[in-house]
Design a protein around this ligand. Structure first.
Ligand SMILES: *Cc1c(COP(=O)(O)O)cnc(C)c1O
Length: 468
C-alpha cells in the first residue's frame, strides 16, 4: 500500500468547497444518498478532477486505476490524443445539428463504419441500417419499438410480446426496465411496466441441477417458449455471451446460437443488446461474432465513443427497415428521436475510436491482457471466500460466497462486495461491485504492469475483507 501524500492546502480547500456543494445539490445515480451524506470512515465521496490513460486523479491528487472503465465506457484510456483531436477538429466545424430531417458528415461516416464492422455470417441478411440515439437504454427502447411496429406494419398485430432473460439488464427507462429482470432495481415499478415472457438465465455456477446441465436445460426452456408462443412474440431480447449487470454471468458456449436458431425457425426477431459487450470487451469487436450470430437488432452504446461522449446506435436489417416504407400519408414512419440523436462531436469521437482499433491492434492487445488476467485470477480463485471467477476477454466477475462448498451467499446487508471495493481504494484501484460480485472491466488499453497491480490489489482487498 502506498503512503497517502499530504494534500496541499489549496487543493484541500477546493475539495471541501466542492464536496459541500455536491452534498447540497447533486443526487447521484444508483446511490443511497443517506449513506453518501453520512459515509463510514474510508468511504468518503471522492471527486475525480482529471484522468490519464488507465488512471483517475481526485481533487486531493490521489490516483486510482480505473478498473471499471468509468462504468464500462472507456476503451483506449482517458485523454487519448487521437480522440481528443478528433473532437477538437469537429468543434471547428459544428458541435451539433439535428438528424431530424438533416444529415451530418460524422453521423454518415460512422454509420458506414458500423455497418462495415457489424457481425456477419454466410447466408444471413446483414445489418444495414443505423438508428442513432444517446444512451444504452434508448438504444434498447428503439429496438423494442421498431420490432413492435414492424409486426404491426406487416399485418401480424398479435405479435406484441417480448421474451427476456430472467436477470437481464437493458437500462433504466421504462421500456428497458420492462424487459429487464433485476428485482432490486425493477420490482417496485411493476405497475408501470409491460409484461414479458421470461426465460431462465443460463447461470452455470448456480444452475439448479448442476453446471453441466445448464446449456441444454436453459436452451430447451427458451426454445419451448419461443416455439410455443411464436404467434404472440415480437422479439427475444438478450445480452449476448455475457450478462454484465447481473454479475458478469457468462453464458455457456452455444447458447446464443441456439436462441438465434429458434428465433429464425419461428419467425421471431432477435435483439442483441451489446451495450456492455460491444467494442472489443469480450475479445472480438462484438460478442455475437463468437457464435456467428447476426441478430435483427444490435444495440450499441457505452464504448461506442471510446467512453468520451453519450451516443448510441441501434443497427437493423433491410427487412425491418422496409416495413416502415410507404407514402407520407401511410403513417408508417418510425416516430421516435431525441434532441441529441447522432451528435456530431460524439460521432467524431466514435470514428476516432474505431480507427484506433485498426491502428493499434486493440483486439490483439485485449486477448493478450485477457490471458495475463486469467493467469493472475488463478490465485484469486483459490481464496477461501471466492466461489466463482468468470472471465470473457476483459469482462471479469469474482463472486464472493460465505461458503465455497455450499455456495451460500453473503447476506445483502453485509455489503461484502462494497467493502472489497473500499479496501481497493487504499491500494489505488477504483472498483465497483455488483452485489457480491467484484467486477473488473478495465480500459482495453490497460498495460501489463497495470494488470498485475490490479490483480494484487483485488486479491489483497478480498483477503482483508473476508479473511481478517
Ligand atoms: C449499461 C447498459 C445499458 C444501459 O445503458 P445506459 O447508457 O446506462 O442507458 C443497457 N444494456 C446493457 C447491457 C448495459 O450494460
Amino acid at each position: 500500500m502506498s503512503d497517502i501524500p499530504a494534500v496541499p492546502e489549496e487543493a484541500e480547500a477546493r475539495h471541501q468547497r466542492l464536496a459541500a456543494l455536491d452534498r447540497a445539490h447533486v443526487w447521484h445515480p444508483f446511490t443511497q444518498m443517506q449513506t453518501w451524506l453520512e459515509p463510514l470512515p474510508g468511504d468518503e465521496p471522492l471527486i475525480i478532477a482529471h484522468a490519464r490513460g488507465s488512471w483517475l486523479f481526485d481533487t486531493r491528487g490521489r490516483k486510482y486505476l480505473d478498473a471499471i472503465s468509468s462504468l464500462w465506457v472507456n476503451v483506449h484510456g482517458h485523454r487519448k490524443s487521437e480522440i481528443d483531436s478528433a473532437i477538437k477538429l469537429q468543434l471547428s466545424s459544428v458541435a451539433h445539428s439535428t438528424l431530424l430531417g438533416l444529415g451530418s458528415p460524422p453521423s454518415i461516416e460512422l454509420a458506414a463504419q458500423l455497418i462495415q464492422r457489424a457481425p456477419k455470417a454466410e447466408g444471413v441478411p446483414p445489418l444495414n441500417k443505423v438508428f442513432y440515439s444517446d444512451s444504452g437504454s434508448t438504444s434498447v427502447e428503439v429496438a423494442l419499438k421498431m420490432a413492435f411496429q414492424h409486426w404491426q406494419l406487416r399485418g401480424k398485430p398479435k405479435k406484441t410480446r417480448f421474451v427476456a432473460l430472467a436477470e437481464g439488464y437493458h437500462g433504466d427507462t421504462l421500456g428497458a426496465v420492462s424487459v429487464g429482470g433485476m428485482d432490486l432495481f425493477h420490482q417496485l415499478f411493476q405497475p408501470l411496466l409491460f409484461d414479458c415472457l421470461r426465460i431462465p438465465t443460463p447461470y452455470v455456477y448456480r444452475w439448479p441441477t448442476g453446471p453441466k446441465h445448464c446449456l441444454e436445460s436453459a436452451a430447451l426452456a427458451a426454445e419451448a417458449i419461443i416455439a410455443g408462443r411464436r404467434d404472440e412474440i415480437a422479439a427475444v431480447v438478450l445480452e449476448p455471451v455475457v450478462q454484465g449487470a447481473a454479475g458478469m454471468i457468462i453464458h455457456p458456449p452455444g447458447y446464443l446460437k441456439r436462441i438465434a436458431r429458434a428465433c429464425k425457425e419461428n419467425g421471431v426477431l432477435l435483439i442483441c443488446d451489446e451495450v456492455a459487450t460491444g467494442f472489443g470487451r469480450t475479445g472480438t469487436l462484438f460478442a455475437c461474432e463468437q457464435e456467428e450470430v447476426v441478430p435483427d437488432f444490435l444495440c450499441l452504446a457505452k464504448g461506442i465513443t471510446g467512453g468520451y461522449l453519450p451516443l448510441a446506435a441501434t443497427l437493423t436489417t433491410d427487412a425491418v427497415f422496409e416495413s416502415f416504407l410507404g407514402p407520407f400519408e401511410s403513417k408508417r414512419t418510425f416516430f421516435h428521436g431525441h434532441s441529441y440523436t447522432g451528435n456530431a462531436l460524439a460521432c467524431a469521437a466514435a470514428l476516432a475510436s474505431l480507427r484506433i482499433f485498426d491502428d493499434e491492434g486493440t483486439l490483439g492487445h485485449v486477448r493478450q491482457m485477457a490471458e495475463r488476467f486469467a493467469e493472475g485470477l488463478r490465485g484469486i480463485a483459490e481464496l477461501k471466500h471466492v466461489g466463482d471467477v468468470r472471465q470473457r476477454g476483459l469482462m471479469i466477475g469474482i463472486e464472493l460466497v460465505r461458503d465455497r462448498a455450499t455456495r451460500e451467499e453473503f447476506d445483502y446487508t453485509a455489503r461484502i462486495g462494497h467493502k472489497v471495493c473500499i479496501a481497493g481504494r487504499k491500494r489505488e484501484v477504483m472498483l465497483r461491485p455488483l452485489g457480491n460480485v467484484v467486477v473488473l472491466m478495465p480500459p482495453l488499453s490497460i498495460a501489463p504492469s497495470e494488470v498485475d497491480l490490479l490483480i494484487d490489489a483485488v486479491r489483497d482487498s478480498i483477503i482483508e475483507v473476508t479473511e481478517q
